[in-house]
Design a protein around this ligand. Sequence first.
Ligand SMILES: NC(=O)c1ccc[n+]([C@@H]2O[C@H](COP(=O)([O-])OP(=O)(O)OC[C@H]3O[C@@H](n4cnc5c(N)ncnc54)[C@H](O)[C@@H]3O)[C@@H](O)[C@H]2O)c1
Length: 341
Amino acid sequence: MKKILITGGSGFIGTNFINLISKKKLKILNIDKISKISTAEKFKKIHSTKNYSFVKYNLSDKRRLLSIFNKFKPDIVVNFAAESHVDRSISDPIYFIKNNIISSTNLFFSYKEYFKKRKIKLFHISTDEVYGSIRQGQFKENDNYNPSSPYSASKASSDLIAKAFNRTYKTKIKILNLTNNFGPYQYPEKFIPTLIFHFLKNKKAPIYGAGLNIREWMYVDDCCNAIVKCIFSDVKYEQLNIGSGVRITNLDLAKLLFKIMKKRKLTKLKENNFLKNVKDRPGHDIRYALNSNFFKKNIKLNISKNLKNGLISTINWYIENKKWLKSVNKSYDFKRLGLID
Ligand SMILES: NC(=O)c1ccc[n+]([C@@H]2O[C@H](COP(=O)([O-])OP(=O)(O)OC[C@H]3O[C@@H](n4cnc5c(N)ncnc54)[C@H](O)[C@@H]3O)[C@@H](O)[C@H]2O)c1
């Protein structure tokens, strides 16, 4: 049975990824430091089965990492671990830079030591945000990085370190640049859960600036399936964009989500009065767009949910999973972060 080492498997995408692969014949080890946004182990469908184990460990400390590799003997590594909230990175850039760059480098370092014995692949999960904003067209894999926030700069740095390791140590780190994900287990401070919770509470939802920033969205299960396909594919690449091509302004997304909830009588807010414009994010990128042609052609993308269906599933999940919500809300103070004056 193949063994997969997952880092950051208690965050939003990692939790969905582990739930998805738990149906496959795989031995899974999840390493996560468990931060306030993490999902507790008891909410993992797989947590008490013999094919899953968990180590609470901060990758910023490299001392025990290689011994974890040597003991578990992974066949595949997937790195989701990162601080991921842009507004938090604006409030506390040093923490983000230290955490995201050092934790990835420590992981790459232990992996390259282990790689001397076993030539396995490490999939490093990155973001479309590293390329920066693009008013028209799409970013390709070989385009220059031009990040705007401390978060995206820290992710860009760790991607470059991954490439440097490949060149210097001849390792096999694959960088997967994902677009915005949405779906179950996403911490309530992110955009879509924020909209859902405000509408459910009949409160107008905040929208940054005029709401005209464009993002590319993918339902998290589709994205996790795409990552699984990459893991089991023999196609050669170092870096891969994985996007849905579904691009929409924040304003139009809020309108669509409101329409769905209003139709189902999940909110009492009025059609013409459900948003409040708040101060824009400093350095807010206007548009993200990935060219995912290589992935579509060579690895193939199955989008099971269009945006509307994905939003319906997401709303249903949050309504049905009150225990999870109660548990994460304990750590969330709903304060606006990332304003600089
Ligand atoms: N969510 C998105 O829309 C999106 C889009 C593109 C790329 N990404 C990338 O995908 C990855 C996962 O994103 P997410 O939304 O699940 O993030 P998340 O913030 O929900 O989860 C990240 C997890 O990593 C863990 N972690 C962070 N630093 C760690 C460390 N030093 N040691 C051990 N564990 C650590 C956290 O405790 C958390 O459980 C991130 O690398 C992110 O940059 C996310």
